[in-house]
Design a protein around this ligand. Structure first.
Ligand code: KIV
Length: 277
């Protein structure tokens, strides 16, 4: 049975930490699902770690749908959340509705995530009223990178911290089922988590959130362009993969691979006939 937003809420109520991981394709989603991850985010971070863009801004709805479909095919049990890309929900709630509906209907996701606080509350309300579960995302919101002027910690001074608390409450009131807190000081994340009845999912927000999210490629050491401070590497797969590819190259070049073990035979008589011709 697939995990639902009710199960996620229950985890907060029961004090069970909620683990979320990003995935972008069938294989990564299947591995995360088999490892028991209850919630998979098809993040627009795919723009950087899969598509090689400098930031998440160029990611389109079509990119997201393509990857969400693959993740949904790989994840049988996890709740799949599709990330709404830049400018796919900002223009008005109608635009947000039709794009969120695509993620659910065409992509097969069970929820969507969008960035922004109070300003996005009417949009969240509209989606939720129409049966689309919404995860909020406040703090460092990468789609506003040009406005924020870089990937900085958010909510450090009194006014900014108060604004983030208001944002979180506004999203909860609008019906969001959970909120990502990205790159905010741990004490502020603890405060927000204590004020909300819906779960907070932290990334670079310290240990006091109800759950944590990490980017697949960061966790596994697959993305080497930079390592965010909030990322912990549980493997160094880029090195392992490079070594394997180098061994493959060396074996082809030396004639060691392939052997008959990796090849297919045919009737000797047919071969003889072909050679004679
Ligand atoms: O796009 C993404 O992967 C995200 C997470 C970092 C929360 O938004």
């Amino acid at each position: 049975m697939r995990i639902t937003i009710r199960d996620i809420r229950k985890m907060k109520d029961e004090g069970r930490p909620i683990v979320m991981l990003t995935a972008y394709d069938y294989t990564s989603a299947k591995l995360a699902d088999e490892a028991g991850i209850p919630m998979i985010l098809v993040g627009d971070s795919l723009g950087m770690v899969v598509l090689g863009y400098e930031n998440t801004i160029p990611v389109t709805m079509d990119d997201m749908i393509h990857h969400i479909k693959a993740v949904v095919r790989g994840a049988r049990r996890a709740l799949v959340v599709g990330d709404m890309p830049f400018m796919s929900y900002h223009i008005n709630p109608e635009q947000a509705m039709s794009n969120a509906a695509r993620m659910i209907q065409e992509g097969g996701a069970q929820a969507v995530k969008l960035e922004g606080g109070r300003r996005m509350a009417p949009t969240v309300e509209r989606l939720v009223a129409n049966g689309i579960p919404v995860m909020g995302h406040i703090g460092l919101t990468p789609q506003s990178i040009h406005q924020l002027g870089g990937y900085r910690v958010q909510g450090r001074d009194l006014d900014a911290a108060r604004a983030l608390i208001d944002d979180a409450l506004a999203l909860q009131d609008a019906g969001a089922f959970s909120i990502v807190l990205e790159t905010v000081p741990a004490p502020l994340a603890r405060l927000i988590t204590g004020r909300l009845s819906i779960p907070t999912i932290g990334i670079g927000a310290g240990p006091y959130c109800d759950g944590q999210v990490q980017v697949f490629h960061d966790l596994l050491g697959l993305f080497e362009d930079f390592v965010p401070r909030h990322a912990k590497r549980y493997a160094e797969l880029a090195g392992t993969i490079r070594d394997a590819i180098s061994r493959y190259k060396a074996e082809v070049e030396s004639g060691e691979f392939p052997t008959m073990e990796h090849s297919f035979s045919m009737d000797e008589a047919v071969v003889a006939q072909l050679e004679a011709e």
